[in-house]
Design a protein around this ligand. Structure first.
Ligand code: SF4
Length: 221
């Protein structure tokens, strides 16, 4: 059987292999929860904000520290629009026809190499271990770009935004943190391999973290 994996389905693999198995092999979706719309709204306006600087050939203020390293915004907007699209994104098929895809927020370049960048909106300041939660995502995007023949740097950036204060005008001010992360494409390769192995194997156990299965067991009295 050939599978189509997106970044979100692969994060389901990490959260609960059982739910991942049920999603692909039995078409049973994870119970839906209310998803805050603020992060996707922020992503949309941030993309426009970065585009306005791209058109002028400048770096936005939150990336000014990268200017001395000769880092620039990725200039091929047509290509970027495809890679930003959740239904297209960056795609790659393995030797068995399994399709892996991921949609980036934005990209930078240094000389000929691409640097992956992702926006993260949070309600509160990031903690010391927050950035590590997004390691797999950066690794996957870099892996996909390299499999498509593009050279990427061995690091990427996360930009965290969290609300700081309300100005006298009533505008909400967001604090920004730019975090540089090492990239490990071998980790992405491992995730893809594990995804196929889990789906080809028996149904895994439920995650201890998610309460839904436990609730369903206890509720079936
Ligand atoms: S515990 Fe159950 S509902 Fe929760 S993620 Fe796993 S399979 Fe899905």
């Amino acid at each position: 059987m050939q599978y189509k994996f997106s970044k979100s389905s692969l994060s389901l693999l990490k959260d609960c292999p059982r739910c991942f198995w049920l999603h692909f092999n039995k078409k049973i979706k994870h119970p839906s929860t209310i998803f805050p719309s603020l992060p996707s709204g922020m992503d949309a306006i941030l993309k426009k904000h970065f585009d306005s600087y791209r058109e002028r050939g400048e770096l936005p203020p939150e990336l000014q520290t990268l200017e001395k390293e000769n880092i620039k915004l990725f200039t091929d907007k047509k290509q970027l629009t495809i890679w930003q699209n959740n239904f297209k994104g960056i795609q790659w098929k393995d030797g068995h026809g399994n399709l892996f895809m991921g949609a980036v927020d934005d990209l930078l370049t240094k000389d000929r190499k691409i640097i992956v960048m992702d926006f993260k909106t949070r309600g509160f300041p990031k903690k010391d271990d927050t950035a590590a939660l997004y390691q797999d995502q950066l690794d996957i995007y870099n892996f996909l770009l390299r499999k498509n023949g593009f050279e990427t740097e061995d690091y990427g950036y996360l930009i965290f935004y969290h609300p700081l204060e309300v100005a006298k005008t009533g505008d909400v001010i967001f604090h920004k943190d730019l975090v540089k992360m090492k990239v490990d494409v071998k980790n992405a390769e491992k995730i893809f391999k594990q995804a196929v192995e889990v789906l080809d194997g028996p149904i895994p156990k439920s995650s201890e973290e998610c309460g839904h299965c436990k609730w369903a067991r206890e509720a079936s009295i």
